[in-house]
Design a protein around this ligand. Structure first.
Ligand code: BGC
Length: 477
């Protein structure tokens, strides 16, 4: 599966091919996130939403089950995916995930009943759950340290691109109400990912951990310049033990601080409200005085801002480091949420105030896209030891999907109870908390190999004062 005997230039460009292809995992994730709101408008007209599996329910509850089915699937997929990535290997799990996602999309596209549609959503979600863990994990382990941040963040770039493509697909198929096409189109990136991954190598770190040193060397040789191969392999040998870790190892004293960081970031990435915008943007925009179609178009605008600022993050993240982007992003999100709350507080949302609300919504997304969006997925692929990296990422990703589900189920109800101003201020207050959390606890990982990060964490835990920020912050370039 690996390419050998290539020239120096080839080697550098091959790593970009590997990362770009693996980043299609993010496209599945993003497409799934963005497509359902548009499709739902027409699913209503195809099925009589009155009973599910023999139980009578009201239509909005059934719609809720269809929408959240994928998130429940993603929770299951992430819970299984971490462990499977450690057992089966990263590459093989990507292949499995692509097949599962493909089958889920197919089931949805041809679903004769609402029950089968729900089953399709859950299957599709399981594929997304696998993809969300293994995409960043695989890219992180196969990348050279100096460009690891950019390459892993390609996965967030494809998440945001997937959301934007889904908005455009919704727009394109809306006239005819062709929801089966909208959902079925997910089969295309899944098929490309599957075929492409057949030709990609396994992660060198996973190979070494499973006793396949010469295969690991071969992969490094095909993705690095020649002079780096033996150094990196030596570092891997010094750090990685050849027996897999277990869930219990996550609670080892030296891993625990990073478990807190990962879980904290996962919670904050969701409870600061990003997916209320991803799922409900047209609804929010309509209340700022936009007409129906204008609000759908402005939603596309939000998708474009999300992609553009993620491109900025990809370009910057290995230069500025992770912490500056994270802290700047969270500070910006806090301010924008405060402004948004004020705009909804003032009487009469039309005219200038409507524009302020729309502008602050866009800037809020921009600040997420340059910070918490990509940095969360990157950091959780960097801060855990190789033996339990998959398992640890699985746990953290489950928390992220559970937070996603919680926020999307409670958003409309929260608006009923505390109003729009109260809701955005609540997300704003949580963003301030997130800022303090990250300032205090999140380490810098820029430019360091995964093995150096691991060594630093051991040293900090066993050598530094409790409560001190992990000293991975030192950069030696
Ligand atoms: C988050 C998703 C979100 C997306 C928006 C991702 O990093 O995990 O929940 O929908 O960013 O761009």
């Amino acid at each position: 599966m690996t390419r050998t005997g290539t020239t120096g230039n080839d080697r550098n460009s091959f790593i970009y091919v590997v990362a770009a292809l693996a980043a299609l995992n993010g496209l599945l994730f993003g497409f799934d996130t963005g497509v359902i709101s548009g499709a739902m408008l027409y699913i209503r007209n195809t099925f009589e939403l009155a009973t599910v599996f023999g139980y009578s329910m009201n239509a909005s509850l059934i719609e809720g089950i269809i929408v959240s089915g994928a998130m429940i699937g993603a929770i299951i997929g992430a819970a299984l995916g971490g462990r499977l990535a450690d057992r089966l290997g990263r590459r093989r799990l990507i292949l499995v995930g692509a097949v599962v996602f493909f089958v889920g999309s197919l089931i949805m596209a041809i679903a004769p009943t609402v029950e089968i549609l729900i089953v399709g959503r859950i299957v599709d979600g399981i594929g997304v759950g696998f993809a969300s863990v293994v995409g960043p994990l695989y890219i992180s382990e196969i990348s050279p340290p100096k460009i690891r941040g950019s390459l892993v963040s390609l996965n967030q770039l494809t998440i945001t691109s997937g959301i934007l493509i889904a908005y455009l697909v919704n727009f394109a198929f809306a006239g005819g109400g062709e929801w089966r096409w909208m959902l079925g189109l997910g089969m295309v990136p899944a098929a490309v990912l599957f075929v492409g991954m057949l030709f990609m190598p396994e992660s060198p770190r996973w190979l070494y951990e499973h006793g396949r040193e010469s295969d690991a060397r071969e992969v490094l040789a095909s993705t690095r310049v020649e002079t780096q191969v033996e150094d990196e392999l030596r570092e891997i040998k010094e750090t990685i033990h050849t027996e897999s870790g277990t869930l219990r190892d996550l609670f080892e004293p030296w891993v625990r601080p990073m478990l807190i960081v990962g879980v904290g970031l996962a919670v904050f990435q969701q409870v600061t409200g990003i997916n209320t915008v991803m799922y409900y943007a047209p609804t929010i925009l309509e209340s700022t005085g936009f007409a129906n179609t204008a609000s759908i178009l402005a939603t596309v605008g939000i998708g474009v801002v999300n992609v553009t600022m993620t491109v900025a993050a990809v370009l910057l993240i290995d230069r500025t480091g992770r912490r500056p982007l994270l802290l700047l992003g969270l500070a910006g999100m806090s301010v924008m949420l405060a402004v948004l709350g004020i705009a909804f507080y003032l009487p009469g949302l039309s005219g200038a105030i409507g524009w302020i609300a729309t502008g602050s919504l866009m800037l809020y997304v921009a600040f997420f896209a340059i910070g918490l969006g990509p940095v969360f997925w990157l950091l959780i692929s960097e801060i855990y030891p190789t033996e339990i990296r998959g398992t640890a990422m699985g746990v953290v990703t489950v928390v992220n999907w559970a937070g996603n589900l919680l926020v999307s189920l409670t958003f409309l109800r929260l608006i009923d109870i505390v109003g729009q101003t109260g809701t955005f201020w609540l997300y704003g207050a949580l963003s301030v908390l997130a800022l303090l959390f990250c300032y205090r606890l999140v380490p810098e990982t820029k430019g360091r190999s995964l093995e150096e990060i691991e060594a630093d964490l051991r040293e900090t835990a066993f050598g530094a004062d409790a409560g001190e920020r992990p000293q991975v912050t030192k950069t030696d370039d």
